[in-house]
Design a protein around this ligand. Structure first.
Ligand code: ADP
Length: 496
């Protein structure tokens, strides 16, 4: 297996190998699996089904490449990321198609991912000239002290399928630009757009062999590779984007190996509508925030709280808008709600909505699966004991709730174990800021919905939504080691 992706060949002939040490190689075991389209069910490509042995090979290749890459001139490193952006830009139509085919990503969210990724690459290019160190005052006469930032070595990156291009990009570009080498493990649902595509582009842009390596695996076999990354002492950091249960298991094991992890996990994100909000704007914001990419974004609004004077009008207008959202083929530019990622996700949505309804919830829109899609769905009167009221249900379902005050909404939202993103829509921005300060979340947007990201922003959650921050401006804290170095300009006297 040598396939470097689908460029020019179409999916049917695509065979994806691992990318290790600058070569496309088969899994050591020779095993493969088939990657399917969530919309049509068609086989897209045959993918290397890797295991721990493959992961160790990739880690060794990354380790071998580290010295050369870390010592490379900043200018040369910078040029690679700028070239990669140009190469990607020239492949827009083909990449948007691949995102639709592989992950059911519609045109709008494909554009969002694509534009974010171009900015990510171009902004990351300047990281080659960072990180900067500091000269520190010392009380020891004759000692000059410095704090020097150095790349850590091999970074392992575990990425999800939902925003495959950007989330794999975010997991690798910052660490690479800072002088680290990387082993990327994409999701089994997105081995091309979240894995091999990155190897193609960065390799073509001139990234030296071994600096980025990609190892894929069959469904259900991620743990083997994850465990190898955790256990291998050559891996100095792991970044993980995915669900809280998986992140928690990873962090528990990382603790045993004393390995630092950056975790970006689930959200149960509130959108609060104050009584002085403009209803039309609030309805549009909530519909976008809850249903962009069929609700399969960690920042999506999962609960909409509306202050009571506005609750009835909001519910009526929101339900009408949501019921009319076009659902179907992700390749159709009119589609808003495309397919969910797989049958398992569809069944889970159906089960959780049905359970909520059996416990007394009312369906204001949607609620009946249309395989492979689940339509945009609004539930209200959801009892606290319903499964959907807790944790994250990753799909196009939102819970609507009337509250006496936005302060009550904040208190209710803060009861969640999760704390990723939130938003508040109000005519009084100063009240919005006061409420923002009380929300236990990593990200708050006043007078917007919660789905926003820019490459340089401090993206991340609190509580069970994760540790650490992505964001190019903050990556140096996560993916560099700070070393204290001193040099004496005269001999000192020792007491013995
Ligand atoms: P999602 O529901 O979004 O797929 P997951 O947390 O299951 O969320 O998956 C996110 C990423 O974590 C994917 O790349 C997946 O393959 C990977 N993953 C799943 N289980 C493990 C594991 N035990 N160890 C390491 N990575 C894992």
């Amino acid at each position: 297996m040598t396939g470097a992706g689908r460029a020019g060949n179409g999916w049917r002939t695509a065979r994806l190998g691992h990318f290790i040490g600058g070569d496309w190689v088969a899994a050591g075991s020779g095993r493969t699996y088939l990657d399917h389209s969530p919309w049509s069910g068609a086989v897209l490509c045959e993918v290397a089904a890797g295991d721990a042995e493959d992961a160790h090979r990739a880690i060794e290749a990354a380790h071998a490449a580290f010295g050369g890459w870390a010592g490379e001139s900043p200018w040369r490193r910078q040029q690679i990321f700028l070239r990669a952006a140009d190469i990607l830009e020239g492949r827009r139509a083909e990449v948007l198609d691949a995102l639709a085919d592989e992950t059911g990503c519609g045109r709008h969210f494909g554009d969002v991912q694509f534009d974010f990724t171009l900015r990510l690459l171009r902004q990351a290019a300047h990281l080659a000239y960072r990180p900067v160190g500091e000269l520190l005052p010392s009380d020891v006469e004759g000692t000059q002290a410095m704090a020097v930032r150095r790349p850590v070595g091999v970074v392992a990156a575990i990425a999800p399928w939902n925003a495959s291009l950007t989330l794999a990009g975010r997991a690798i570009v910052g660490p690479l630009a800072l002088g680290n080498t990387v082993v990327l493990k994409p999701s089994e649902e997105a081995p091309y757009t979240g894995g091999a595509l990155w190897a193609e582009i960065l390799h073509e842009a001139g990234l030296p062999a071994g600096v980025l390596n990609v190892v894929t695996h069959a469904p259900g076999e991620a743990g083997d590779i994850g465990d190898a990354m955790l256990a291998n002492p050559l891996v100095k950091r792991i970044n993980f984007t995915g669900s809280t249960p998986t992140g928690r298991r990873l962090a528990e094991k990382a603790g045993r190996h004393l390995k630092r992890v950056v975790l970006q996990l689930s959200g149960q994100n509130p959108l609060i509508v104050a009584r002085d909000a403009e209803v039309g704007y609030a309805v549009d914001a909530a519909a976008y925030g809850a249903f962009v990419h069929q609700g399969q974004v960690c920042m999506c609004a999962r609960r909409v709280y509306v202050e009571r004077p506005l609750a009835e009008e909001f519910a009526e207008r929101f339900a009408a808008k949501v019921a009319a959202l076009p659902t179907g083929d992700p390749h159709d530019p009119e589609t808003v709600v495309g397919p969910v990622i797989n049958e398992w996700a569809l069944a889970l949505l159906d089960r959780r909505v049905n359970e909520a309804v059996e416990l007394g919830a009312r369906v204001l829109a949607g609620g009946v699966p249309r395989p492979p899609c689940y339509p945009a769905t609004v539930l209200t009167d959801v009892p606290d004991k319903a499964e959907i009221a807790h944790g994250e249900t990753f799909g196009p379902v939102v819970i609507l709730e009337a509250v006496d005050s936005a302060e009550e909404a904040v208190a209710r939202a803060n009861r969640s174990d999760l704390g990723l993103a939130a938003s508040i829509i109000t005519g009084d921005s100063r009240r919005g800021l006061r409420l923002a300060a009380k929300l236990d979340v990593g990200i708050v947007h006043v007078n917007d919905q919660p789905v926003n990201d820019e490459p340089h922003m401090p993206f991340g959650g609190v509580k069970d939504s994760g540790w650490g921050r992505f964001g190019l401006g903050f990556a140096a804290e996560e993916f560099c080691e700070l070393q204290w170095v001193t040099v004496r300009d005269q001999d000192r006297t020792f007491p013995f």
